[in-house]
Structures are given as structure tokens and as C-alpha cells.
Design a protein around this ligand. Structure first.
Ligand code: KIV
Ligand code: ZN
Length: 537
């Protein structure tokens, strides 16, 4: 029987730590549920001690998924382990993931402790974690730059104290596949109790070797791989889940292992991540980029027509890129629309469907051909009615190349149903419109990022605006789509503003990056905490 590789997904922890990828509570829960559908074995839901927001989302994810193990990261510190346990304990399958650096470089300069002290801390903290939870993972941070004999001692100690998974991260993405293989083999040979734990790989991509290193680790005996959707993560990111899984599937002749991933869910998961965070997938990204299955050159097209295998090593369908059958237009009814949503993987309530169908019909009046990408954009930009405080009623802008732009806008306040109107001037129509929003809602904010792009080709394309706005409570993302780019911009701004105001009214908790000021990136925190507190983590 082929051996099983456990897929440990850290999109919501290592991935979310990366700039631009922060998600709010609802978004994290949605992502976690999609990861469950994707079939990952373990979801690392966050780093509970790092911020109240992280704690809350780990706890919420623990309650939201059924099948996967839910893990929280913890430094080898009692307070971290307590926070991790409190956050995951309601999960059906909880795990505490304790880590401590083991390389001399980290011990000497970051932690300022000796190897003996490191072993003592492993013993104390893994034992403590084990007293709370059965499933304990221990990571030797910077394992690939750790003296091998000491690495073996650390791993052996962790297993002795109850760790059932031992992770050997290439924290700085420095190793090569042959070195990873040698490290795993060394640990297998020199750790007396290694048969009592699963060896795990966690490779960063600083030299672009994360996936190759993870596969090398598997060949040497690792049975758990830590990875993220689209390879997001600290600095250059982590090993990309989709690349690892498809490498194993496509090259099953070399990698005779099984895993639980439903590969047909890969594309949908990557799209969800991109739509949630507003970070576009690189078109050339392996497996999930727009060009991953595009064959432009004549020679390739000729070959593909003769036999797809000439240039296609895996099918788009195998990763969930479906060529959909239904083409929608002006005359399509709600039934066909509903089928299309289903085909695209959206599960929506009847009310949501009816409201989206109305948006679709409005779009049909403005645009002849409605593509799947248009429908995805409509769904992804849909305001959540429960979180709508202000809605756009109408606007007029006046702008030209030799004048100051002006905007007149009417917004509806949902709580009292009243209409509020303002006029404002600005150096362009978007600026003037956003000033109107600010004047009406009477809440100052700054616009930190603004992106505008066409959803599809052609002159009548939908415009999609993505914004990031900030006030004193945090940063909030918004998305808006319309065939009118000014309207798309206003909708995106209102989307972000609604999140911001909801957060302040306490209607929802956990905003996009709301805790960025207090959330600790564990590396910085450690450096900071250790500068003057010798030896104490
Ligand atoms: O890169 C790393 O070493 C980590 C550990 C905390 C697992 O993310
Ligand atoms: Zn990492």
C-alpha cells in the first residue's frame, strides 16, 4: 500500500503573516472551510498569543471545521501554550504546535541561551503542552542550519516528552534538496525514538527551492508537508500546496504516495485566496496562474490539436479549471443563473441568489457577453447585507481635463432608511467621490491603496476596484465592480468603510489587519523581547 503524506496547511498562519495577506475573521473562517473541502489534514489556524484577533480566529476555526486537525502555533513558553490550547481546545482534533530555534546562530544571538538551556526548555514546554493536548507538534526552528547531532538531541527530547510530529524547518530557505535529504536521513538514523513521531517538512522559498526541498524530504522519509495555498508566507513564502500535490500526482511514477487532497478543488481555493486578499495570482504561477494551461504558440496549438499529451502534462480539469458549459446572456433565467453559480462552486442562499440575479440582469443591460469572470466578480464584490451601514443610492460626477472635478452623492443609511447628500470637489472624479463619502459618513479615513482593473477584455468590460482604507482602528479592504469605474471605486470604498464602521460598532469583530499594530510577528517579537532579557523567551 502506498504511504500517506499528511498535508499541513499554514496559509492562515505563516501565509497570513505575509504583508498584504491579512484576512478578517469571516474571511479566515471561509478560507478554513474551503481548506477542509480541499482535503488538507491539518489547518494551522494562527498564532493564538500573537493578538486577540488571532486568538479569536483560531478559536472560531476550531469550531467551524470538523475533519481536519486544527493547530495553533506557540513559542516554547507556558503563556503561549496556554493561549494555543485555549484557542484550539474545542476543535474536534486539536493540536498545539510548539517551536524553539535550535541553530547556534538563533540560540546565541536571538534567544541568548545555551544548547543545554534549549533542551531544558523543550523538555519543560513539550511536557507541559502534552499535559493539555494529545497531539503535539514540535518544530526546531532553523533546523537546516542546526548542528546535526544537536538537532537529533532536540528531536529526541521532544519525542520523549510527548511530541507526535517533529518538524525540521528550512526557516530561511537556504537548503538544497540533497542537504534536506541528508538531514532527514540523519534524524531517522540517530534519533532513538523517531518511530514514535511523524517527520515534517516546512520549507521556505527564498531560493525558489521550497517545493523541491519538500519533495526531497518526502523521499528521505518525511510524511507531513507544511505548505500554503499559492506558496504565500514569510518573505518569499512557503512551499506551494498546489505545486507539491500536483507534482506528486503528475509524477506518481516517482512519488508513490497518497494524500487526501481533492485536486479538483485547487483552483477554487487559490481563487478564493486571491479574491479574499485582493492579491492577484501571477499569470505564470504553476498550476493556478491564468497561463498555466494556455497554449499560445502555433507549434504548441498544433501539437495540442493532434494529441493533448504533446504539451499538457496534467489537465486543467484535474485542478478544477473547468470549461463551463453554460453561456449566460440577457435571456437567461434565474434557473440557468443558479446552475452557473453551482458550476462556479458558489453555495448561496435563495435570497443571495435572487439579489445576485438582479445584479446579473442589470449587467446584461450594459454588457452583451457575460463571462464566468464577470459572474465571479459580481459574487465576490457582493456586499453582505448584515454588514451594510451605508449603501450607494446615486451619484453624479463632473470632470474634464481643464477643470476641478466635482461629485454629488446620495447615500442611504440602512439603520434609519434616510438619504444623505453631499457635494465635494477633488483633483479627479474618484477623489471628489470619495470625499463625498467621507463627508456623509462623518468619519475620516485615508486611502492607502487603490487598484483598478478590467475583469475581462473588450470596451464594455466590468471594472473592478480594490481599495485599502485606514482609520485609527486599522486597515480595511474593499472591492467594487461596475461597468462605470467611478461607481466601482465608490462601491469599493463603501465596502471597506462598512467593514470599518461595523468593526467600531462592535457588530463584527476582527478587521483586516486590525491588529497589525499590536500583532507580533514572532521573529520581531523575539528579537525585541530578548534584547535585554537574557535567556528568557
Ligand atoms: O519557518 C519556520 O521555522 C516556522 C516555524 C515556526 C514552524 O514557521
Ligand atoms: Zn515558516
Amino acid at each position: 500500500m502506498a504511504e500517506r503524506i499528511f498535508i499541513f496547511d499554514t496559509t492562515l498562519r505563516d501565509g497570513e503573516q505575509a504583508p498584504g495577506y491579512s484576512m478578517n475573521l469571516d474571511e479566515k473562517i471561509r478560507m478554513a472551510k474551503q481548506l477542509e473541502t480541499l482535503g488538507v489534514d491539518i489547518i494551522e489556524a494562527g498564532f493564538a498569543i500573537s493578538s486577540p484577533g488571532d486568538f479569536e480566529s483560531v478559536e472560531a476555526i476550531a469550531g467551524a471545521v470538523e475533519r481536519p486537525v486544527v493547530a495553533s502555533l506557540a513559542r516554547a513558553l507556558k503563556k503561549d501554550i496556554d493561549a494555543a490550547w485555549n484557542a484550539v481546545k474545542k476543535a474536534r482534533h486539536p493540536r498545539i504546535h510548539v517551536f524553539l530555534a535550535t541553530s547556534d546562530l538563533h540560540l546565541e544571538y536571538k534567544l541568548k541561551i545555551s544548547r543545554e538551556e534549549a533542551l531544558r526548555r523543550i523538555e519543560e514546554n513539550v511536557t507541559y503542552a502534552k499535559s493539555l493536548c494529545d497531539d503535539i507538534e514540535f518544530s526546531c526552528e532553523d533546523a537546516t542550519r542546526t548542528d546535526l547531532a544537536f538537532l537529533a538531541a532536540a528531536v529526541e527530547k521532544a519525542i520523549e516528552c510527548g511530541a507526535t510530529t517533529v518538524n525540521l524547518p528550512d526557516t530561511v530557505g537556504y537548503s538544497t534538496p540533497d542537504e534536506i535529504k541528508a538531514m532527514v536521513m540523519y534524524v531517522k538514523e540517530h534519533v532513538r525514538n523517531i518511530d514514535k513521531a511523524v517527520i515534517s517538512m516546512h520549507n521556505h522559498n527564498d531560493l525558489g527551492l521550497a517545493v523541491a526541498n519538500s519533495l526531497a524530504g518526502i523521499e528521505a522519509g518525511a510524511r507531513q508537508i507544511e505548505c500554503t495555498v499559492c506558496g504565500i508566507g514569510e518573505r518569499a513564502g512557503n512551499a506551494a500546496l498546489e505545486e507539491l500535490v500536483m507534482a506528486m500526482k503528475t509524477r506518481g511514477d516517482k512519488f508513490e504516495y497518497t494524500n487526501g487532497i481533492v485536486t479538483e478543488e485547487i483552483f477554487r481555493t487559490a481563487r478564493l485566496l486571491s479574491n479574499t486578499t485582493g492579491v492577484k495570482i501571477n499569470p505564470s504561477k504553476a498550476i493556478v496562474g491564468d497561463n498555466a494551461f494556455a497554449h499560445e504558440s502555433g507549434i504548441h496549438q498544433h501539437g495540442m490539436l493532434a494529441n493533448k499529451k504533446t504539451y499538457e502534462i496534467m489537465t486543467p480539469e484535474s485542478v478544477g479549471v473547468v470549461k463551463t458549459s453554460l453561456v449566460l446572456g440577457k435571456h437567461s433565467g434565474q434557473h440557468a443563473f443558479s446552475k452557473k453559480l453551482e458550476e462556479l462552486g458558489y453555495i448561496v442562499s435563495k435570497e443571495e441568489e435572487t439579489s445576485l440575479f438582479q445584479d446579473f440582469k442589470n449587467l446584461c443591460d450594459k454588457k452583451k457577453k457575460i463571462s464566468d469572470r464577470d459572474i465571479v466578480a459580481l459574487v465576490e464584490a457582493k456586499e453582505n447585507p448584515e454588514r451594510t451601514i451605508w449603501a450607494l443610492e446615486s451619484f453624479v460626477v463632473n470632470s474634464g481635463n481643464h477643470m476641478t472635478s466635482t461629485a454629488c452623492m446620495t447615500l442611504k443609511k440602512i439603520s434609519d432608511g434616510k438619504l444623505y447628500q453631499e457635494v465635494a470637489a477633488g483633483t479627479g472624479p474618484v477623489y471628489a467621490s470619495l470625499r463625498c463619502v467621507e463627508k456623509i459618513i462623518k468619519h475620516p479615513f485615508s486611502l492607502d491603496e487603490y487598484q483598478l482593473q478590467a475583469v475581462t477584455e473588450h470596451k464594455d468590460a466590468l471594472g473592478e476596484a480594490l481599495v485599502k482604507v485606514t482609520d485609527s482602528s486599522g486597515t480595511y479592504r474593499g472591492r467594487g465592480v461596475s461597468t462605470d469605474v467611478v461607481e466601482a471605486s465608490i462601491l469599493a470604498c463603501l465596502n471597506a468603510v462598512n467593514k470599518m464602521l461595523c468593526e467600531q460598532e462592535g457588530a463584527i469583530r476582527g478587521a483586516d489587519g486590525v491588529n497589525t499594530a499590536t500583532k507580533l510577528s514572532f521573529e520581531n517579537d523575539m528579537l525585541f523581547e530578548h534584547t535585554d532579557k537574557k535567556g528568557e523567551e
